[in-house]
Ligand binder design. Sequence first.
Ligand code: DGL
Length: 266
Amino acid sequence: MNDAPIGIFDSGIGGLTVTHSLFECLPHESTIYFGDTARVPYGPKSPATVRRYSLEILEWLLSQRIKAVVVACNTSSAHAIETLQDHSDVPVIGVIEPGARAAVAATQGGPIGVIGTAGTIASGAYQRAIHDLSPATHVEQVSCPLFVPLVEEGWFEHPASELIAREYLDPLVAAGTDTLVLGCTHYPLLKPLLARVLGEQVVLIDSADETALAVRRVLSSLDLEAGPDNPANHRFAVSDDQQRFLDVGSRFVGERLSHVEVVPLG
Ligand code: DGL
C-alpha cells in the first residue's frame, strides 16, 4: 500500500500548483492527477453540482488503487470535502483547513483576507475554518473570478491583470489586511503581482504548499509514506482536451508534461 499513488484532483489545470508542491515536498510519492477539463470551471457552479462531479472523480481515483486523495480544487474542498470523506476508505485531504491553519499562524491580529472563486467565497468555508481556530479574528472575503482566465492566458504580470487586481483587492487594502489566503488553485501564479498590489508587508498564504505539508503529516501519522527507493511515477488524466492541458499545464507544474490520458466521466 505504501508504494500506491496519491490521487489528486481538480476542476481542470489549476490543481497542478498543488501537484508541484507535492512533488517538492514528497519526492518519493507516486501520483495520479485528474483534471475535469470537460466541466471546468467549478467556481460558478452550484454546491450540489460540484459535489456530484467531485464524487464521480473520487470513484474513478479509488478504482486506481490510490492510498490517499488530495482535493486540490478549492471550490470542491469548500462544497464537497465532508461528502468525499464519507464516501472514501482512504484519507481525503482538502486545501481549506491547511490554508486556514497557516493564515491563523501568520496573522499579527488580522484582518485575514481570503480570495477565491465565487463558489468558495459564497460557501464561507475558509471563514469557518479560520473561526474554528481563532474565533475573534476578523476575516475579509473577496471573490476574484477573473483571475482564473487571466492566469490560464499566462498574464501573470500583464497591465490588465494589475488593474483587475487593484479593483478586487482595494477593500482588503482599505481594511488593513495583514495576511491573505490565496484560496484558489490558480492564484499562486499571481504571487508577485499580488504582493506588489497589497504591499510586501502582507503575508501571502499559498494553500498549495500548506496542503502538501498536511499530506506529509497524514501519510506519516498513518505510516503510509513511500520508501526512499520507490520510483515515483506520475500519471495525468483529464476528461477532455489533452492538448490544452499539455500546453498550459507546464506553466503550473513547472516542467514539461509529456503524456496525458483522456478519461471521460459522467
Ligand atoms: N480549481 C478551482 C478552485 O481552486 C478554480 C477553477 C474553477 O473555477 O474551476 O477553486
